[in-house]
Design a binder for this molecule. Structure first.
Ligand code: NAI
Length: 252
């Protein structure tokens, strides 16, 4: 079994979906967690973790803003004494082609999905260096590896996250910092419902073919959380620069 006993983690987008499941699992495995999200519902996630006997703090964080990212990382130091794990997970999607997307939506997707990874890591790396190393886990997507329909900004952003992961792993390996990327396939979170809304389709459309997929279902947040927890742990001590699909053998 893996343990995260003694680890201090910051997780972005941890108010819901994959981020929430990962914060709860990491706390259960012994980590002190900072729940960073623009959604105030993150306060309830942190409260729930504390009620269950874990250690957690919520920081309202817009990951596209440098000052918010700095505050989220500083909270790990102030409340828990340092930082060992960063889960760059916050993300948004806009379902549009290059002829449909607005400049503002393009910039927003890039700011929330890509710039955030740079900003959070910029503040996290010095703390990890001070701790003698750490683990950064970025959230890509199957659509960061292959293309997907009407999601050009999202595909571009996740492709960037995939290759940023490899670059960061090279830059910071000598400091004992491992950097990896989890690439979920379709996973049952609010993001799928939001995609259906944007496309004007019923949410069930995204689940309709679930039984035909290789493992007979789409992903659950806990499926992704377990991979993130493994990558955060010392059990993954020689895993770095890896881009790991967690998609039940089907990304689309
Ligand atoms: P979700 O919508 O449940 O969670 C996303 C979280 O990010 C929310 O709590 C939201 O409040 C937060 N967020 C959005 N903008 C933010 C901002 N500016 N600052 C801080 N937080 C912000 O969706 P899900 O599925 O849990 O998404 C997590 C990650 O997984 C995302 O990066 C997403 O792109 C990725 N992913 C999800 C897939 C899926 O099928 N659900 C498939 C592949 C990747």
């Amino acid at each position: 079994m893996i343990t995260l006993e003694g680890k201090r983690a910051v997780l972005t987008g941890a108010a819901s979906g994959i981020g929430r499941a990962t914060a709860e699992l990491m706390a259960e495995l012994g980590a002190a967690v900072v729940v960073a999200d623009v959604d105030e519902a993150g306060a309830e996630v942190a409260a729930g973790i504390e009620k269950a006997g874990g250690r957690a703090a919520f920081v309202r964080t817009d990951v596209s803003r440098a000052d918010d990212c700095a505050r989220a990382v500083a909270t790990a130091k102030d409340r828990f004494g340092g930082l060992d794990v960063l889960f760059n997970n916050a993300g948004i999607i806009r379902r549009s082609t290059v002829t449909e997307i607005t400049d503002d939506d393009w910039d927003l997707v890039m700011a929330v999905n890509v710039r955030s990874v740079m900003l959070m890591s910029r503040f996290a790396v010095p703390l990890m260096e001070a701790a003698g190393g750490g683990s950064i886990i970025n959230t890509g997507s199957g659509w960061g590896i292959q293309g997907g329909a009407r999601a050009v900004s999202y595909c571009a952003s996740k492709g960037a996250v995939v290759n940023m992961t490899r670059a960061m792993a090279i830059d910071h390996g000598a400091s004992g910092i491992r950097v990896n990327c989890v690439c979920p396939g379709d996973t049952a979170t609010g993001m799928l419902a939001e995609e259906a809304r944007q496309l004007g389709e019923p949410a069930e459309a995204f689940y309709a073919d679930a039984a035909d997929r290789p493992l007979g279902r789409i992903g659950q947040p806990a499926d992704i959380a377990r991979m993130a927890a493994f990558l955060a742990s010392d059990a993954a001590a020689f895993v770095s620069g890896a881009v790991i699909p967690v998609d039940g053998a089907g990304t689309a």
